[in-house]
Design a protein around this ligand. Structure first.
Ligand SMILES: [Zn+2]
Length: 287
């Protein structure tokens, strides 16, 4: 009994400390385009940052976890991150600083035929519905798998110009080198939500990894899955192509956290292709 008393006091202190620590973020200093992992005690229902609210889900360590996207266009600076309870009332808040990613500009030369391609209303609707959906079941686990092994021909987040003219948009995914017909792998486990040819995006596979994480693969030449299929990490979902608005066979893929594009290089390590010299062929990319 003599020993138990101080032990009880020690456990109480430990419980209080871990309770305070259960509100946490990762990374501590997020950069534009990254995912901010938001941890909380189990009773927190959601989190809000800069007008965006995300759901939190039970995590393996007993806390809850949500994936807050830091938008590419979010101004660097100080923000308040709020944790909310089940009724939307704030239960905790912390000041966070978002750092500048210093995204560069990239010009893409497109033919008249490629410039004319636009998403049909059906394509726009299917993509919007896919990005709005947040499934409660979690299929994703780290580490993620690279969908193809090729180097990066166009990085995430660059401000895009078409034939020298600003588009007002940025590159929402990664373009990776890949030979026509080579297999494309699922970056994580998930459910196939879309597997169909689109006007602008070409052959498209969209995967729902659950709890706010999703990925999409464009310009495919063939599909290896159909909507409703469950895939495991690394499963072949389709084959590299150049369908839709694409300047040659390559893979464009985008990772989404709660509907916003985020930088896959936070999760997967991939190398940029060697710098192009004027004599070499233009890189195969997609807007
Ligand atoms: Zn692209």
């Amino acid at each position: 009994m003599v020993i138990l008393k101080p032990m009880r006091w020690w456990f109480a202190l430990l419980a209080a400390t871990s309770w305070a620590e259960s509100y946490s973020i990762e990374p501590q200093r997020p950069v534009q385009g990254q995912v901010l992992k938001v941890f909380a005690p189990p009773q927190a229902g959601s989190a809000r940052l800069n007008g965006k609210t995300i759901r939190l889900f039970p995590h393996s360590d007993g806390r809850s976890l949500g994936l807050m996207p830091i938008g590419v266009l979010t101004k660097p600076g100080r923000y308040t991150l709020e944790w909310l309870d089940g009724t939307g009332g704030p239960v905790h808040q912390e000041a966070i600083t978002i750092a500048d990613a210093h995204f560069k500009k990239q010009n893409v030369t497109l033919s008249k035929a490629l410039l004319k391609l636009h998403a049909t209303p059906d394509e726009r609707e299917a993509i919007a519905a896919f990005l709005k959906n947040v499934s409660a079941v979690r299929y994703w686990q780290e580490p993620f798998v690279a969908p193809v092994a090729g180097c990066i021909t166009s990085p995430f987040g660059v401000t895009r110009l078409h034939n020298g003219r600003p588009t007002g948009d940025y590159h929402a995914g990664l373009d990776q080198r890949g030979a026509f017909g080579s297999p494309v792998h699922a970056v994580a486990g998930g459910i196939v939500r879309i597997a169909q040819p689109f006007e602008l995006r070409g052959g498209t596979v969209a995967l729902d990894h659950g709890q706010g994480l999703a990925s999409i693969y464009l310009h495919l030449s063939r599909f290896a899955v159909k909507p409703g299929d469950e895939v495991k990490p690394g499963d072949v979902i389709g084959y590299v192509g150049s369908s839709g608005r694409s300047t040659g066979p390559h893979l464009h893929w985008t990772l989404y956290a709660n509907g916003d594009p985020v930088n896959p290089l936070q999760w997967i390590s991939l190398k940029p292709c060697p710098v192009q010299t004027p004599k070499r062929r233009a890189p195969r990319v997609s807007p």
